[in-house]
Design a protein around this ligand. Structure first.
Ligand code: ZN
Length: 258
């Protein structure tokens, strides 16, 4: 599909209700169609982000996730299904999204983000939604986004709590400004009620649409925190660190000099 073409009649019908949003309209919908969004992992959190971005009509969704569907994925990974146990996660998610919205392109990357592939994956996208459970992956993606000067929406959750912030390199605090290295107590496996990463994934999708369309105020230098067990929500102010090893002053000037 030529992204400069006007919306087709079936696209107009499909997106009609969101095009009623003030400031969105057909112009905003075309921006959404032209956008390329990388979602790193499409499990409990990223699966919901991808689902909502597919519903909104993001023209290209790049899904990165390794491995095959396991029974224990199915309390939260809503793009998977029982019959796909043992099959590729990313392919299962991509098939579901293609069946849901045939107007968009889905790029399947059967890999998790690492320091080896992060730059290559980030180059494919305009906006990145980070939905990874491991700090190593999160820090690798953060570093690649800062290097490529691409916005990254950082989504995370634990048990009944979740948090979201939007990172604009050299403008806002990056992940490493807050968490410079992998916390020593972090466990790969942790308690998850599926609806909680679902909330974080939907919030991540909303942030991506705001960046793409220019509507509203992204969570820049603000960390939205949701304690869903106690029903308490708050927003913390963040500050970029000039001595950050990823986005600090020294590193910024070095990049500018290249
Ligand atoms: Zn930083």
């Amino acid at each position: 599909m030529n992204s400069n073409e006007p919306l087709s009649e079936s696209e107009r019908q499909r997106y009609e209700w969101q095009m009623w949003i003030p400031d969105l309209g057909e112009e905003g919908q075309l921006k959404i169609r032209q956008a390329k969004v990388l979602i790193s992992r499409v499990g409990g959190l990223g699966g919901l982000a991808a689902y909502e971005l597919a519903a909104a009509g993001v023209g290209t969704l790049i899904l990165a996730h390794a491995g095959n569907v396991k029974p224990s994925d199915l309390n939260r990974q809503l793009l998977m299904q029982e019959s796909a146990i043992g099959s590729s996660r990313v392919q299962t998610a991509a098939n579901r999204l293609r069946a849901f919205n045939p107007h968009i392109q889905i790029v399947e990357i059967p890999e998790n983000v690492s320091t080896e592939n992060a730059d290559r994956l980030v180059r494919l996208a305009d906006v990145v939604v980070c939905c990874v459970p491991k700090f190593e992956e999160r820090l690798a993606l953060n570093q690649a986004c800062v290097r490529a000067n691409k916005p990254m929406i950082d989504c995370a959750m634990y048990e009944f709590t979740c948090q979201v912030t939007t990172i604009i390199p050299y403008e806002t605090a990056c992940v490493a400004c807050r968490v410079p290295e992998v916390p020593p107590t972090w466990k790969r496996q942790f308690p998850v009620l599926g609806a909680v990463p679902g909330v974080a994934g939907c919030l991540g999708a909303i942030e991506a649409i705001k960046l793409i369309t220019g509507i509203g105020e992204p969570l820049k230098n603000r960390l939205a925190l949701f304690d869903l067990k106690m029903g308490r929500f708050r927003t913390l102010q963040l500050q970029r660190r000039s001595d950050c090893s990823v986005c600090g002053q020294k590193h910024h000037s070095a990049d500018q000099a290249i």
